[in-house]
Design a protein around this ligand. Structure first.
Ligand SMILES: [Zn+2]
Length: 258
């Protein structure tokens, strides 16, 4: 059984029914997924799907960096965070690559989301691009306020340095690898992945983006998370079944799922 810890099911809707995507995932053995929020519509869909697929789909709610520019509705995420099936606040974080003009507003929103997670006792699913130092500074301050930093959260779609990985691990965070790990030129990232201890590894697709090899360039979907597990298995000299078991157990621990 595989656990895809980062899916954007709201981005599929126009093209194909969510039911079909989830059915294909289950057929492939991907029996658990964390549906990401990040804006009011995505949050509502994630909560709704978690209600429709109990034990299979869990929800994350929050406001991502795209929301920083237009006076975000913090109360909305706060009220949804208490819904059943919500197991994380996400995705949230900083992106200085796509949104250099809103850096200050992004930091403010990120801090508000971390505060919401702390209040709700939920782990955070973090996006960070070209913002390593600020991400670390805010996560360091956040982790210090937690009674149980082992459930602080995860850095999703990790592509950072070994130094960044170490800093996050020291704070108690998990590290989640996506299909990028399967790209032939991702040698450095593959080396960093070997450095992450077994009990802190997660896998994800970040679908519909970033399809792993051999689906690269096509639309990604949860069923393909198996390719990420296979790559980790190859790098670590394990079987993909072992990697499935390890990463699923880790996701369940972090997200408080039996
Ligand atoms: Zn994402």
């Amino acid at each position: 059984m595989y656990f895809d810890t980062h899916v954007h099911l709201d981005e599929f809707e126009a093209e194909e029914s969510t039911e079909a995507v989830i059915a294909r995932a289950q057929e492939a053995g991907v029996n658990r997924m964390l549906a990401m929020g990040g804006n009011p519509e995505a949050n509502r869909l994630a909560v709704e799907l978690a209600g429709r697929y109990p034990g299979i789909l869990y929800a994350a709610v929050g406001l991502d960096r795209d929301q920083a520019s237009h006076s975000p509705d913090l109360a909305d995420s706060a009220s949804l965070a208490g819904s059943s099936g919500v197991r994380a606040i996400g995705e949230i974080g900083l992106d200085y690559h796509y949104h250099p003009e809103t850096v200050a507003a992004q930091r403010k929103l990120f801090e508000a989301m971390l505060e919401l997670a702390r209040k709700c006792g939920l782990p955070v699913m973090i996006h960070s691009r070209e913002a390593e130092e600020d991400t670390l500074a805010l996560l360091r301050a956040y982790a210090q306020t937690l009674s149980d930093p082992s459930r602080a959260g995860a850095l999703h779609c990790f592509t950072g340095s070994r130094r960044m990985a170490k800093a996050l691990l020291d704070l108690g965070f998990y590290i989640s690898f996506s299909g990028i790990l399967t790209f032939p030129r991702a040698i450095e990232l593959q080396e960093v992945s070997n450095y992450v201890p077994e009990d802190r590894l997660l896998i994800e697709t970040d679908c519909p983006y970033l399809a792993p090899v051999p689906h690269r360039g096509k639309r990604n979907e949860p069923a393909y998370v198996i390719r990420v597990a296979e790559k980790l298995a190859e790098l670590r000299g394990k079987t993909r079944e072992e990697m499935a078991r390890i990463t699923t157990a880790n996701a369940c621990t972090l997200l408080n799922i039996e």
